[in-house]
Design a protein. Structure first.
Length: 253
């Protein structure tokens, strides 16, 4: 059985692991001993590794060369962390991974695109223009950058959030489709790609919330100018078929 490493066993990392369990042998990292015990109780291999401080800092992952692919799900963006913090984290992450030359996936975000109306494709925001993506690509030329839409699924539903601009459309993605994109790319040995991973349908927030509350939509409120993140490249190059193409149905798992 092939071995997969997941660096960062948070909300997304844990769900990717559950999706791939049984198909791959899962190795993961976490930042706390409580989470370590939980991960191990689920039958996964796990180690503590923190990159923000010197606490529990492992200089290298001893099993790295046994892994067939590595998935980096720790949040690395200038919206979440300052450039100074990222410049501390990255060398530690690079040392941890070492000179790994097999498949690597990094879960980036569609927040790299301007918050302005338009239809955005991968080519409209080159990796070179995004600090964290560029640094990762310089260190690991084979890395796949997955720009994820708003992560949803399970109990993470739009109706549970405080929402404004109900006429605005959503650029969401179900976590199961994220995991399936990764599995498909692993099976096809895909390297050095940048993909927007966003459900192809873009209903309004009002439509999504109404569907999740099982109430009829009173009117078709929709703003004229919208920001749409296109997943056409993912579909055309991989032939990918979304299990959850419509965010209005994410709650129907």
């Amino acid at each position: 059985m092939k071995k997969i490493g997941i660096i960062g066993f948070g909300w997304l990392g844990s769900r990717i692991a559950d999706h791939l369990d049984g198909k791959f042998d899962i190795y993961a990292t976490t930042t706390s001993s409580d989470k370590l015990r939980d991960i191990q109780s689920r039958g996964f291999h796990a180690e503590i590794a923190a990159f923000r401080t010197d606490d529990n800092y492992l200089k290298s992952w001893e099993i790295i060369n046994l892994l067939d692919a590595v998935i980096i799900t720790i949040p690395l963006s200038e919206r979440r962390s300052s450039r100074e913090i990222l410049e501390i984290i990255l060398p530690k992450l690079f040392s941890f991974i070492g000179k790994y030359e097999k498949q690597i996936f990094f879960t980036s975000t569609t927040s790299v695109y301007p918050n302005q109306p338009g239809i955005y494709t991968e080519e409209m925001m080159p990796v070179e223009n995004i600090f964290i993506e560029n640094e990762l690509c310089k260190k690991f030329p084979q890395i796949n950058i997955l720009r994820l839409g708003g992560l949803m699924g399970d109990r993470r539903l739009l109706k549970n959030f405080t929402v404004s601009d109900l006429g605005g459309i959503v650029n969401h993605i179900h976590y199961n489709d994220v995991a399936e994109v990764i599995r498909t790319m692993m099976e096809n040995s895909v390297k050095s790609k940048v993909y927007n991973v966003v459900a192809p349908l873009h209903p309004t927030k009002q439509e999504v919330i109404s569907a999740q509350n099982n109430i009829p939509l009173s009117d078709g409120l929709c703003n004229d100018e919208q920001r749409i993140i296109s997943s056409e490249k993912l579909v055309s190059e991989l032939g990918f078929i979304f299990k959850y193409p419509d965010p209005k149905k994410f709650h129907l798992e």
